[in-house]
Design a protein around this ligand. Structure first.
Ligand SMILES: Nc1ncnc2c1ncn2[C@@H]1O[C@H](COP(=O)(O)OP(=O)(O)O)[C@@H](O)[C@H]1O
Ligand SMILES: [Mg+2]
Length: 251
């Protein structure tokens, strides 16, 4: 079971609600992510998983409730928001590297602009991270010259370069050709083993089983249930979860 709320809560959502017009996309979401924890979020398309991630990174506003990152409520805007956003690394489904910048520049720029490092220090760190995700030899290329799997690994390196407190992954392998999925999941597995706090939206159930401390199942804007992977996959409690699992595990 999830550890009880203690002093190690890193991201806390309290009674968060969000509408898009008449559509109620997040409904009374209460969720605590603890330091070092890997939480996999699964659920049908349209259930609010991306909106949840985007709200934590403040790419979306919320209507009511509270989101606290490392003890500080999310600020509305300004410099404080930029700093806080840098604490929350995000990797999206579609590759969102700067197309007109080299791989090295992609991983260097934020360090200089937001973290105020000098170029040399930033480049050294970038090369270390590119090495870590296995694309060091691609440093001088442009994103379009890389495979999807390589681009996604650069995106992970770029996010890590900001020294985030938590990493959010929103279906990071969904747009990849099948043969490239594992190389990205392996980098994520390694991050998890290294103790990174991670929230991962994915349909990769193998990853969920092996890397997640906790699985959160969403449907219709609600957290329907949460449990350890063993409990969730072995004995899902809700009809919605059983239905969802039967669809994705037997297709
Ligand atoms: N910017 C937006 N404007 C209006 N509706 C949106 C917007 N973003 C998402 N939605 C809707 O909100 C619901 C939840 O979307 P999303 O969070 O992307 O779900 P998921 O990631 O679980 O597929 C969906 O019905 C989607 O169509
Ligand atoms: Mg989504």
């Amino acid at each position: 079971m999830p550890v009880p709320d203690g002093g190690d809560a890193l991201v806390v959502l309290e009674d968060v609600d969000k509408h898009f017009g008449a559509l109620h996309v997040l409904r009374s979401i209460d969720l605590t992510i603890h330091r070092g924890e890997v939480v996999v979020v699964i659920g049908p398309s349209g259930s609010g998983k991306s909106t949840l991630c985007r709200a934590v990174n403040r790419l979306e506003t919320i209507d009511s409730g509270r989101i606290v990152v490392d003890g500080r409520p999310l600020p509305a805007e300004g410099r404080e928001l930029a700093a806080l956003r840098a604490d929350v690394g995000m990797v999206f489904q579609s590759f969102n590297l700067f197309a007109h910048k080299t791989v090295l520049d992609n991983v260097t720029l934020g360090q200089i602009k937001v973290r105020k490092k000098d170029r040399k220090t930033a480049e050294r760190r970038a090369r270390t991270l590119l090495e870590r995700v296995g694309v060091a030899t691609q440093a001088d290329k442009y994103p379009a010259q890389l495979s999807g799997g390589q681009q996604q690994r650069v995106a992970i390196a770029r996010a890590l370069a900001m020294d985030p407190k938590v990493m959010l992954f929103d279906e990071p392998t969904s747009a990849l050709d099948p043969e490239m999925i594992n190389e990205v999941l392996e980098v994520m597995q390694q991050l998890a083993r290294d103790g990174m706090t991670m929230v991962v939206v994915t349909h990769e159930m193998g990853f969920a089983r092996s890397a997640a401390d906790r699985v959160v199942f969403m449907a219709d804007g609600r957290i329907v249930e949460q449990a350890t992977p063993e409990e969730f996959f072995g004995n899902p409690r809700s009809e919605r979860a059983r239905d969802f699992l039967s669809k994705i595990l037997h297709h």
